[in-house]
Design a binder for this molecule. Structure first.
Ligand code: COS
Length: 385
């Protein structure tokens, strides 16, 4: 029995978790420091995703994938993130781009877009713009009707897997006067005329991931490239983010667990004043609190995943899981750095890398403030009912 609470997984999910754990230990963990130092996108890890079948985790069986449950995906993302936060984030971003296709794609779109993911291609989710991150309805990218199709113009930023994806799910205004009810989702090929990617971000953490902009200059798409209903794209984006937030929570579990293990091992190994650091209550009690918080974060995250698998709404459990887990991960990496002391402040201490890798979890796919907003609005609505 371990101190930390562990989810009871069905045989299928446990099999995928074990595969992810083995693969992550053998292939992803040894490169984590190098990817961070060189800010290098790990193409070889994509080959490993393909070899192990992890590339098809979100692809339903009828389109050649493994069609994992959200519980299994969470376990995989947790294991991979614990070994290499960048690789976990790459896997989660692959999933984020595929979700709107699964939710709203026609059979033809699913065949065309999801099948190639199994072979290692990526599709990215492109919503955020300068001035429209938290306030997603404020996007300015326009899609103007053009014969039997549309022409898209605007610029997206902070695209996960940007510049390595072959396709982008782009959200654009089709009825600018209609606010949230005037946005449509489009599938845009990376090689369409007018698509330009000219900025790769130099990030604080998860530096092995590629994060880019996406400029669209009068890009022509066909009516068949509309994903879901015209003018209902924002709802699709929010449904996608509901699920994405469970994946971010799973990334947080991985990072928090890695930090917890480092802190516990170092606090037990290192002696001060003639005894192991862990026997000083200032550190030992913080580790105890962290074990409780990390267990609770796991419960919230696997409960959110189970809710989705059972066909139940995931907005509230997903918001709770992301909010809590990302903040527990913040406290975990802070403790790991503190336990390592001066070493923890210097490279190449893994605690230093985790400290930087964790930070984005409280920002992307809805900041902590947005999760609190989602929850507080729901609380008010429930109280008023
Ligand atoms: N699932 C499905 N539909 C949803 C939804 C959800 N989770 N949340 C809202 N909607 C629907 C609403 O029901 C409403 O639909 P109708 O037009 O049919 O009434 C529509 O979407 C607009 O909702 P709302 O008026 O609540 O939108 P707001 O502009 O007030 O925004 C928040 C709500 C702040 C919660 C939303 O903008 C958000 O989540 N922002 C963060 C975006 C984000 O995560 N960005 C990061 C991008 S990835 S790095």
């Amino acid at each position: 029995m371990t101190v930390l609470w562990e989810p009871t997984l069905d045989a299928d999910a446990a099999g995928w978790r074990d595969l992810a754990r083995r693969t992550a230990a053998e292939r992803f963990a040894p490169l984590a420091e190098e990817l961070d130092r060189e800010q290098r996108y790990p193409h070889e890890h994509i080959a490993t995703f393909v070899e192990t079948g992890l590339s098809g985790m979100l692809v339903p069986a009828e389109f050649g994938g493994a069609g994992l449950s959200m519980t299994a995906i969470s376990a995989v993302v947790e294991e991979v993130s614990a070994a290499c936060a960048s690789t976990g984030a790459i896997l989660a971003a692959h999933a984020l781009g595929a979700v709107p296709v699964r939710l709203a794609g026609t059979d033809d779109q699913k065949r065309d877009l999801l099948g190639p993911l199994r072979a290692g291609e990526a599709i990215s989710f492109a919503l955020t713009e300068q001035g429209a991150g938290s306030d997603a309805a404020a996007i300015r990218t326009r899609a103007e009707a053009d014969g039997d199709g549309y022409r898209l113009t605007g610029e997206k930023i902070y695209i996960g897997n940007g510049s390595v994806s072959t396709r982008y799910v782009v959200f654009a205004k089709t009825d600018p006067g209609a606010g949230a009810r005037g946005i449509t989702a489009f599938v845009v090929p990376a090689d369409a005329p007018g698509v330009v990617i000219d900025r790769i971000e130099d990030k604080m953490g998860i530096r092995g991931t590629r994060t880019s902009n996406l400029k669209l200059d009068n890009v022509r798409v066909a009516a068949a490239d509309v994903l879901g209903q015209v003018n209902r794209g924002l709802k699709l984006a929010f449904q996608t983010l509901d699920l994405g937030r469970v994946s971010v929570a799973a990334q947080g579990l991985g990072i928090a667990h890695a930090a917890y293990r480092l802190a516990a091992a170092e606090a037990t190994r290192r002696h001060t004043f003639g005894r192991p650091v862990v026997e000083n209550q200032g550190i030992g009690f913080r580790l105890a609190d962290l074990a409780v918080e990390l267990s609770a974060a796991r419960m919230l995250t696997y409960q959110a995943a189970a809710a989705y698998d059972a066909g139940q709404p995931v907005s509230m459990p997903g918001a709770m899981a992301k909010l809590y887990t990302s903040e527990v991960a913040h406290r975990a990496v802070d403790l790991a750095v503190q336990v390592y002391g001066g070493d923890g402040f210097c490279k190449p201490c893994p605690a230093e890398r985790l400290y930087r890798d964790q930070r984005v979890l409280e920002i992307y796919e809805g900041s902590s403030e947005i999760q609190r907003l989602v929850l507080s609005r729901a609380i008010a609505a429930e109280a008023a009912a």
